[in-house]
Design a protein around this ligand. Sequence first.
Ligand code: SF4
Ligand code: SF4
Length: 472
Amino acid sequence: MYNPKSLKAEEFICHQEVLDTLAYADANKNNVKLIDEVLNKARERKGLSHREAMILLDCDLPEKNKEIFELAEQIKKDYYGNRIVMFAPLYLSNYCVNGCVYCPYHAKNKHIPRRKLTQEEVAKEVIALQDMGHKRLAIESGEDPVNNPIEYILDCIKTIYSIKHKNGAIRRVNVNIAATTVENYRKLKEAGIGTYILFQETYHKESYEKLHPTGPKHNYAYHTEAMDRAMEGGIDDVGLGVLFGLELYRYEFAGLLMHAEHLEAVHGVGPHTISVPRIRRADDIDPDVFDNGIDDDTFAKIVACIRIAVPYTGMIMSTRESKACRERVIHYGISQISGGSKTSVGGYDTPEPDDESSAQFEVSDTRTLDDVVKWLMEIGYIPSFCTACYREGRTGDRFMALCKNMQIHNCCLPNALMTLKEYLIDYASPETRKVGEALIKKELDNIPKEKVRTMCADYIEKIEEGERDFRF
Ligand code: SF4
Ligand code: SF4
């Protein structure tokens, strides 16, 4: 029985409700009157239910699809302006007891080199990341209670926040580790994490169990109910995601939105972010074995429809996607991207030779962070290294309230410009700096409030003189 308020996975991600939603959307995918009604509701920026969003996803009328993409782009502009927040993943350990069939770190892979960073090595990775200019990390680790217990993760977070190297500092650590207990989530919260990210991989229970044949992750309910435990433990920013390619994308899309609705219904706050990874090649993983892969057109449509359905939820695209794909899709709703990423343990300080890769997945966009920053500016975006909200206590419902009444704009643009200025002075190549300085000058005029504009210009001058870490 479908019940978004239930705390039971099989009730808030009810299989029958997903099937009914897919059938409903299929029956209405050319129903212009209904599509127009849904689009009009979306234009009021109130978001959409999973059923409504599904109709848009399935719609194959060219003129309506054009409207869908235009609306997604407009909503992105309204809530996120032309800013893109930058981050990098940091792999701590690839020891894992699970059997996920799409990941090379699965326990049966005996030939991949297993590695776990010592605290000294964590410090080296962090220094390498700071030297690139990163301020925001997502830490990643396999699940292994012996090698990677929660104490190890907490030690790593402490080390990461403690490293102050030249003008660098990691100001926000997001955490992507296996589903765990309320008590452990509480410890993560106390350690000062930003968002807790956990990909569902697939919402389809039967497929989920086949794709996770062994290990604690096999337990669908425990995994799917993790965000509720995280919120019970005090973490109010959580990040959802599925691995597109494992199951039929329509099922995943409905499941993702039902999960978002569940969090809103139970905790009064939806997901902080949604990630949209697609399966990639890696050590003993051939993505062609998974026959639910999606093409770039479908991928773009998914991004656009998520943007319309949950306007206040950030959307993350990683270096799994190529430059060309990122350039196309970014306009439809992406708010955060990674740059200069290494997806192996210890890969920043000591890059691996190409023929000895122990990466979790092959990176498609292999450009340096400096290249990505310059490229973003050239295609009309402001790369932002902002971490202000979390540090000002603007998380969970406080963040959502600001976002919903669009007050967030008075913070995001000046913070983007100030953090970009820091990046340009401390890390950028001369060409990137030139492009960036011109952009900052131009964008300062777009800060709506005069008082904030004047303060921001003043802070930017102070950054030039050597001061750091201003924020609104
Ligand atoms: S996806 Fe995560 S849990 Fe699964 S094998 Fe890879 S590292 Fe382990
Ligand atoms: S001000 Fe808050 S919402 Fe805006 S970019 Fe910074 S952290 Fe994100």
